[in-house]
Design a binder for this molecule. Structure first.
Ligand code: SF4
Length: 207
């Protein structure tokens, strides 16, 4: 039987590009310090209580080249890093690994959320390129959001008790200082508001 969560989805993304749901230039609610956040488009899990159901579709939403996104992220000198969220970042692992490599070469650190567990990402059945992306990460928050195990603690860096913060670079052991319940609202030029931080996810509102 095909497992709809682990069976590779059909991606219509040209090489060298990412299909993203959104991008925020500067955030303090999605990882250590100030960082850019990239929400990729597409996730098959459909977790009840997901704060971001509009990220589920794998249809093309916003295509952006790795090069352009790297330039955007690196142009904000306030940021120490970037966080990948979703959607499921690991379904676009090869492109994110390339983006991460470019940004790490510029001195930025890289963190990612994933609905997969670390063991699943290291298994032969992992999404293509998962090992390459893991090799670039300083921090991984793994595991899907499980509503029945939700945590509503302003000091918790994860949203449900099954999730784990995996410090993949020991330099970040004392940097687990963000809170998943913290909410930020960003107003974009077109009037769209992005609400981020809650459940480590993103919501969109039109004016
Ligand atoms: S909570 Fe995360 S893993 Fe679950 S459906 Fe939403 S984006 Fe996907």
């Amino acid at each position: 039987m095909v497992d709809r969560v682990t069976e590779p989805p059909t991606l219509n993304v040209p090489p060298g590009y990412l299909n993203i749901m959104g991008y925020v230039d500067e955030s303090e609610a999605n990882g250590p310090g100030r960082r850019a956040v990239v929400w990729v488009q597409g996730c098959q899990r459909e977790c009840p209580g997901c704060f971001n159901p509009s990220s589920w579709s794998f249809e093309t939403n916003q295509l952006i080249s790795i090069e352009e996104l790297a330039e955007k992220i690196a142009s904000n000198s306030n940021n120490e890093g970037v966080t990948f969220s979703g959607g499921e970042p690991f379904w676009q692992a090869p492109a994110l690994a390339e983006l991460a490599k470019t940004l790490k070469a510029k001195g930025l650190n890289v963190m990612s959320f994933s609905g997969f567990t670390l063991d699943e990402l290291r298994a032969p059945s992992a999404p293509p390129g998962a090992i390459d992306l893991l090799a670039q990460l300083d921090i991984l928050v793994d595991g899907p959001y499980v509503e029945s195990q939700a945590i509503h603690d302003p000091n918790s860096p994860v949203s449900s008790r099954n999730q784990r913060v995996r410090v993949l670079n020991p330099e970040f052991e004392n940097r687990i200082d963000w809170a998943s319940d913290r909410i930020e609202i960003h107003v974009l030029k077109d009037g769209t508001r992005i609400i981020t931080g809650f459940l480590g996810q993103m919501g969109l509102e039109d004016d």
